[in-house]
Design a protein around this ligand. Structure first.
Ligand code: AKG
Length: 381
């Protein structure tokens, strides 16, 4: 089933021409023969989506071996002592889970249901919402530098006033305005939570302005995006898994922005990389959010916070649906360590750059590249 959908998405123009030429109603035998032959001959290399067998262990994150596994920090946003834990989580992992987050479950469920409906629509309809250039529907191809993943996605402008009459919103034929409204409600709540987290971090770090990070997301020109990912199940996984390979839904990367806030359905697949390179699966929790430190926040804190490397592994039987808000600064914003954070003679670890420059550089790289390395100062000591 998964080979077939990959086939149709990769070769659809060819496929459509042949179908219309050999009308199946008139020449059923020949067209079915042709179709099955095409599927067999043109079967795309599924190997493309599998990782090489890893030399680095994946920690199974179960309770049988609690000592070897550092538990992913859980931050209760309703508790007053959370600020300290937040800073610690950003320093140690660049990743944490948030509970009591204040995002209405109704808003989450509405968006999830609209997104599920969209991804289960015929490919021809979904393609009307693409390509993701910069916003729209994408399928298997991640960016334009040769990265593939077992994923379909919708990439949307997180600016709330954007046009619901053009793609991808116009594809929600029954009511594009309604879909835009559902996205707006969700993004508004998640952005509020992201800003609250950023302000708690600034407070705890003793920065003079508690909105020093959050104002970049609140800025009218904030370059924030919203993404919905759908990872279809792929039965062929089992065969490859026995050889120690994983079906890569979304290849390893760090997020270039300031902060990312992720929510998924109850299908796991997200993994984060610890400093020693061990991959740790993150158990899914559809009622909580997961937060990543992005590269820009790493730079603004002069490396005190770490942007977390993460990836998604798809599976054989359950689909994963995730929605991620990427909070980014305005394009012209200079991304540099905050003066108020620097201690004594502390020097910046990074060359000066704007978000526009960094974003451009990130777009021109492969997912797994260490994108910040181009902007690191060469240390002389
Ligand atoms: O889909 C997920 O769970 C994470 C995807 C991700 O890392 C991304 O879209 O940047």
């Amino acid at each position: 089933m998964c080979s077939y959908s990959l086939f149709t998405s990769t070769f659809s123009p060819f496929f459509i021409i042949l179908i219309s030429f050999f009308n199946p109603k008139k020449n059923h035998f020949f067209s079915s023969f042709l179709l099955s032959t095409m599927v067999a001959i043109s079967k795309p290399p599924i190997e493309l989506f599998f990782s090489k067998p890893s030399s680095k262990p994946t920690n199974n994150n179960n309770n049988n071996n609690p000592l070897s596994f550092p538990t992913i920090p859980i931050i209760d946003l309703s508790k007053s002592d959370s600020k300290h834990l937040l800073v610690k989580a950003c320093q140690e992992f660049g990743f944490f889970k948030v509970i009591n987050h204040g995002v209405p479950m109704q808003s989450i469920k509405k968006l999830e249901s609209q997104a599920t409906k969209f991804f289960s629509s015929p490919l021809s309809l979904k393609q009307k919402a693409g390509p993701p250039n910069p916003f729209g529907y994408g399928n298997r191809r991640l960016g334009s530098n040769g990265d593939f993943g077992w994923v379909e996605y919708l990439l949307l402008n997180a600016k709330l006033e954007s046009d619901h009459k053009s793609p991808p919103f116009s594809v929600f034929e029954e009511n594009p305005e309604d879909f835009r409204g559902v996205v707006n409600d969700y993004v508004t709540s998640v952005k509020k939570m992201a800003c609250e987290i950023l302000e708690m971090l600034a407070d705890e770090m003793g920065l003079e302005a508690r909105n020093v990070f959050s104002k970049l997301l609140m800025d009218e020109e904030s370059d924030s995006v919203f993404r919905v990912n759908y990872y279809p199940p792929c039965p062929e996984v089992q065969e490859h898994e026995s050889k120690g390979k994983k079906l890569i839904g979304f290849g390893e990367h760090t997020d270039p922005q300031i902060i990312s806030v992720l929510r998924s359905n109850n299908t796991s697949g997200l993994e984060i990389s610890l400093r020693d390179g061990t991959w740790v699966p993150v158990p899914s929790d559809s009622s909580s959010f997961f937060v990543n430190v992005g590269d820009s926040l790493q730079v603004m804190t002069n490396g005190r916070f770490k942007s977390v490397k993460h990836r998604v592994v798809a599976n054989s039987s359950k689909s994963r649906l995730s929605m991620i808000y990427f909070g980014g600064p305005p394009l012209s914003e200079k991304i540099a360590p905050l003066d108020s954070l620097m201690v004594g003679e502390e020097a910046s670890l990074y060359k000066e750059f704007t978000w526009f420059e960094y974003r451009k550089s990130a777009f021109n790289s492969r997912l797994s590249d260490n994108r910040l390395s181009l902007f690191e100062k060469i240390r002389t000591t």
